[in-house]
Write a protein that binds this ligand. Structure first.
Ligand SMILES: Cc1cc2nc3c(=O)[nH]c(=O)nc-3n(C[C@H](O)[C@H](O)[C@H](O)COP(=O)(O)OP(=O)(O)OC[C@H]3O[C@@H](n4cnc5c(N)ncnc54)[C@H](O)[C@@H]3O)c2cc1C
Ligand code: SF4
Length: 491
């Protein structure tokens, strides 16, 4: 695999970024990928370790050593076929996957891991350029009809697999464009929406019917207070869907944002991240939004230290915020993990995103006590430092502090899927409020309701794009088995 001595000869090359002052002027992608020669050299670093932990570190089990070797040998078409055999959308993961595979790379024990994600990115971009990504419509139709509800990466992957197995698939989406959080959540500067659009064209050419602007819900809709994005013009009830289709797969994501119900929460200027980010996605797509939430000239506080918070930082800086400060309630993690202790698992360590590099003050071990306002508008917030004591976070006396804030974005994750939708189907929930379904081989992803399945964030809770693709693929196999009694779709 690769070049036997490659890992000793070549250093890791990371993908580059356009300069901060340039990229802050727009919402376009700014990662500078590896060129062919660099990718070849990086592929050469894969060291024939014998037990490729990377493959099991990757949730879709990409066959990483094989595509590394093929890129090293400049056989890009074969590298694409290997990659495509396990991952429906490598252009999504090659851009925004946190790459748990690299944490598991054997070279990562005492050196820098192989740049697997950058090689994946190079392969799929080359494949699109060369025209190797083509629709693969089925040779035979089974006559079975499947409804997939929710068009994020889980729903898209499942719809593609099921259509390729010959089923007649309809993909329902309440919003006006498909893609889920890839479309309305993740900023365009991390993932240009052209990548979703071309997959939509491919899905349709493979026989998937896409119905956007359709909410699948009971009488209660999404509930009164859910505040999730919804641009539906039509509602279809679970009963209608079950009557019309032979199987229904729910891939509606985990959309209910975690709230911070402290005094002042109802002040104007305190918003969920998911009220703020989708608006900018829409504007980038050419839509008009009345009264867009904007950060221009404001002191912005982002509460939550994860991906969503980082995306709020990047978007606020592009708006021209006066200052951006990000709070994380957990203590600052170490800059470097203790590799012998954690390898091959995902390490907790300080991660600095490209959005952080563009400008943000990061505060750790800090908790918000109140939002303070004047005339109904937020003006500041009061915090306190926290520390772990007896296994729980406790306030540190005398550390209260007031921070100026004209805009506060709550990016503390998502608690569960919208309950009313699962309730309308009669689907049992687990202790966290997600759709209850196991991933066991036989009968996996099936809920308690006859012919209703669930996958992606709606089943596993808030997670990653690569996990959603895995669940969509596996659930498709399960649905196929349910309909046909057997399946040759990959697990
Ligand atoms: C701001 C942000 C940044 C992120 N960044 C990253 C990242 O960098 N890397 C990464 O790997 N992951 C990231 N994630 C997480 C990742 O986006 C999700 O884990 C992933 O999109 C989940 O996929 P899904 O298909 O299960 O659900 P979703 O992507 O949430 O899609 C669900 C879709 O179902 C639709 N829907 C829901 N209910 C209904 C209904 N009743 N009727 C019709 N349609 C319905 C929704 O409108 C939505 O389009 C991020 C998440 C956010 C919010
Ligand atoms: S999908 Fe993610 S984990 Fe899998 S190979 Fe690509 S970057 Fe690594």
């Amino acid at each position: 695999m690769g070049k036997v001595t490659g890992f000793m000869e070549f250093a890791r090359i990371d993908e580059g970024y356009a300069p901060v002052e340039d990229r802050l002027k727009h919402y376009k992608e700014f990662v500078v990928g590896l060129n062919s020669q660099q990718a070849k050299q990086q592929g050469a670093r894969c060291m024939d370790c014998g037990t490729p932990f990377c493959t099991s570190g990757c949730p879709v089990n990409n066959i990483i050593p094989d595509f590394n070797d093929l890129v090293y040998r400049a056989d890009w078409a074969s590298a694409f076929h290997v990659l495509d055999s396990t991952n429906n959308f490598p252009e999504f993961t090659g851009r925004i996957c946190p790459a748990p595979c690299e944490a598991a790379c054997v070279l990562n024990i005492n050196d820098e891991p192989v740049g697997i994600k950058s090689i994946e990115h190079a392969i799929i971009d080359r494949a699109w350029e060369e025209g190797w990504v083509q629709p693969r419509p089925p040779k035979l139709q089974t006559g079975k009809k499947v409804a997939v509800v929710g068009s994020g990466p889980a729903g898209m992957a499942a719809a593609q697999q099921l259509a390729r197995a010959g089923h007649s698939v309809t993909l329902f989406e309440k919003n006006d464009r498909i893609g889920g959080l890839l479309r309305y959540g993740i900023p365009d500067f991390k993932l240009d929406k052209v990548h979703i659009d071309r997959r939509a064209v491919q899905l349709q050419a493979e026989g998937v019917t896409i119905r956007t602007g359709v909410l699948v819900a009971g009488k209660e809709g999404l509930g009164k207070d859910s505040k999730v994005t919804n641009w539906a013009k039509e509602t279809i009830s679970p009963e209608q869907l079950k009557a019309e289709f032979d199987a229904v797969l729910l891939t509606g994501g985990s959309e209910q944002s975690r709230d911070l119900p402290v005094p002042g929460r109802d002040l104007d200027g305190v918003h969920y991240a998911m009220e703020f980010l989708p608006q900018q996605n829409k504007i980038n797509a050419g839509d008009k939004i009345k009264g867009q939430l904007r950060a221009d000239g404001k002191d912005v506080i982002v509460i939550g230290g994860g991906d969503t918070g980082s995306d709020c930082v990047g978007t606020s800086n592009r708006h021209g915020a006066k200052s951006v400060t990000q709070f994380e309630v957990m203590p600052m993690p170490p800059e470097q993990e203790n590799k012998p202790m954690v390898w091959p698992y995902w390490p907790i360590k300080l991660r600095t995103s490209s959005s952080h590099e563009e400008g943000a003050v990061r505060e750790f071990a800090i908790s918000t006590k109140t939002f303070n306002g004047e005339k109904g508008k937020v003006k500041s917030l009061t915090t306190v430092q926290v520390e772990f004591k007896d296994g729980k976070l406790s306030e540190v006396k005398g550390t209260e502090k007031e921070w100026p804030a004209d805009m506060v974005l709550l990016a503390m994750g998502f608690v569960n899927p919208v309950a009313t939708v699962l309730d309308a189907f009669g689907v049992d929930k687990d202790a966290r409020g997600n759709a209850r379904a196991t991933t066991d081989f036989s009968g996996g992803y099936a809920t308690n309701v006859d012919k209703v399945f669930a996958a992606g964030d709606m089943r596993r809770g808030q997670s990653l794009v690569v996990w959603a693709i895995r669940e969509g693929r596996q659930a498709a196999r399960s649905v196929d088995e349910f309909l046909m009694g057997w399946s040759d779709l990959p697990r």
